[in-house]
Each structure stands twice: as C-alpha cells, then as structure tokens.
Design a protein around this ligand. Structure first.
Ligand SMILES: NC(=O)C1=CN([C@@H]2O[C@H](COP(=O)(O)OP(=O)(O)OC[C@H]3O[C@@H](n4cnc5c(N)ncnc54)[C@H](O)[C@@H]3O)[C@@H](O)[C@H]2O)C=CC1
Ligand SMILES: O=C(O)[C@@H]1CCC=N1
Length: 254
C-alpha cells in the first residue's frame, strides 16, 4: 500500500519530494524501479513534513523498536494501518499531529477512495495540509466516528479485492468460452470501468442498473436468478462483516 500512495502522490504532484523506507531489498529495488527514491531505514532525525506509516499492524511494535527516534518527530504522521486506533497511535508515537487513513490501491492511479480521521489534537493548518495532500489520491472523505474506520477498512481498503474477485469470475468465464486471454482481460476491465461510469451517472441504488439490464424473459435474468438462489449478495455482505470484525481485533482498542 505504501508504494501505491507514493506513486499516487508523485502522479498528483510531480514536483513533490518523496522518500520511501523499505527494509526488504527486493521490494526496495522495485520501488526505485518505479521512479521513487527508496532507502533501507528511517533517517535520524526525520526531515520530512509528512510521514506515512504503512507497515502491517503486526509490525508496528517492531517498527517502533527499530525507530525510537520517531518519538521526537514533530511533523504530521498518517497511518494507514488497519485496526490501529488514533489513541494508540498518538500514545505510542508520542505525536499529537496524527491522522488515521484508510485508502485503497487505486490511489496509485489517483482513482482511490480514502477515509480519514484526525486526532482531536491536530491543528487546523495540518488538517488542511493533509486534505490537500490526500485529495490528490482520489475521493477523500473525513469522518469523526472512529468506529466507522473498521467498516471503511472492510469496504474501502478491501474494495478492490472484492471487485477483482468478481472480475476474475468474468475473466475465467470468458476464457472458458473461447476468448483469447488478452481479449478476456480487455473485456473484463472495460465491463468494470463502463459499469462504474454508469453507476456514477445514475446516482441511484446499483440494483436499478442491474434491473435495467435484465430484459423481461431474457438472458441476464437467468444468471441473476442463480446469484440470488446462491445468496451471493448476502455472502458478500457477510464477508465484509467478517473483514470489519478482523479490523477490530487487529487494533488494541477503539
Ligand atoms: N494492501 C492494501 O490494499 C491496503 C493496505 N492497508 C494497510 O497498509 C499496510 C500495509 O499493507 P500491505 O501493503 O498490504 O502489506 P505488505 O506486507 O505488502 O507491506 C508492508 C511493508 O512494510 C514493510 N516493513 C516492515 N517492517 C518495516 C519497518 N520496520 N520499516 C519500514 N517498512 C517496514 C515491509 O517490508 C513491507 O514492504 C497495512 O497496515 C494495511 O492494513 C490499508 C489499505 C489498503
Ligand atoms: O487486508 C488488509 O488487512 C488490508 C486492509 C484493507 C486492505 N488490505
């Protein structure tokens, strides 16, 4: 996720100075290959105006052990770690200018969604700075109810995975029907982006678009009948609820 943010920030503002910290040599080489400067360890002192934290929540403790100097940092910290709540972040980072964000991988293309929550202690000017910075990554929404961050993690952070999962079914069907792999991929991607455009234009419950495609007595209704019989919608909602619950267990408290 960290490199998607770096790529998105650079795309939004090519003049910005971005330094990625990546201890893994293979990953670091791939980041450098993508045109982003990357080094192995967090410099001491930290000179950046904004610091993104994108380790896994499970690695947060070891990150703090390796980088105790982060507690002297006086800039802005934006954590994208699932589950880790604002009070844990401000306490363990010894920093008042902390934001908790839940982005997704489409940030790399400035087509992401990012949900943000600010610590009560952040200044208005830092809040404005973060708003300007993150709005370059796509749709940006500030929230105040921290409990929603778990649902945001399931929905927004995980969103591209569920849509790709559905796309994988379309892709596999296309190939099994005899389309070349390249055509299957083009068709699938265009189906997703074309449908997304229609949904944005309609500004209505997505099921309405589904109904518009189902010509009475036609073909699509047959497919949707099978989805309904197998409770596909309920299965997806159950999956997101489980992801949301997992986010809650990843943090110490919220
Ligand atoms: N993958 C996604 O689409 C999203 C992920 N997130 C959050 O982003 C974070 C990262 O997730 P992923 O990118 O999927 O995991 P990942 O495992 O691919 O990336 C974690 C990175 O942290 C690095 N790392 C480990 N220890 C470090 C240290 N001490 N200093 C600097 N870097 C260190 C690892 O080398 C690795 O490159 C998680 O907290 C996750 O909850 C949030 C939204 C979406
Ligand atoms: O799967 C995860 O835990 C992270 C958070 C949301 C998306 N990826």
């Amino acid at each position: 996720m960290g490199s998607a943010i770096a790529l998105g920030l650079r795309r939004a503002n090519p003049e910005s100075s971005i330094l990625a910290i990546e201890p893994d040599a293979v990953r670091r080489a791939s980041i450098i290959n993508g045109g982003i400067t990357a080094i192995e360890i967090l410099p001491n002192p930290i000179a950046s105006e904004v610091l993104f934290l994108a380790t896994t929540p499970q690695d947060f403790s070891s990150f703090l052990e390796i980088n105790p100097h982060i507690k002297k940092y006086k800039g802005i910290i934006i954590s994208v770690m699932a589950g880790t709540c604002i009070s844990e972040l401000t306490d363990r980072l010894n920093c008042s200018q902390v934001f908790r964000a839940m982005p997704n991988l489409a940030c790399a293309e400035n087509e992401g969604v990012t949900i943000v929550l600010a610590a009560a202690s952040v200044t208005q000017s830092n809040s404005k700075k973060v708003k300007n910075l993150l709005s370059g990554l796509g749709l940006l929404l500030f929230i105040q109810n921290e409990k929603l961050m778990h649902s945001a993690t399931a929905l927004v952070g995980g969103g591209p995975a569920y849509l790709s999962f559905f796309a994988a079914a379309l892709y596999e069907y296309a190939i099994s029907s005899g389309f070349e792999k390249a055509s299957a991929l083009l068709i699938t991607a265009q189906l997703m982006s074309g449908t997304s455009r229609l949904l944005k234009l309609a500004q209505d419950d997505p099921i309405k678009l589904c109904e518009r495609v189902m010509t009475p007595g036609g073909t699509t209704q047959q497919a949707v009948n099978i989805f309904e019989k197998n409770q596909i919608k309920k299965t997806i909602i159950d999956g997101l609820k489980t992801a949301c619950a997992r986010s809650a267990t990843l943090g110490r408290s919220t």
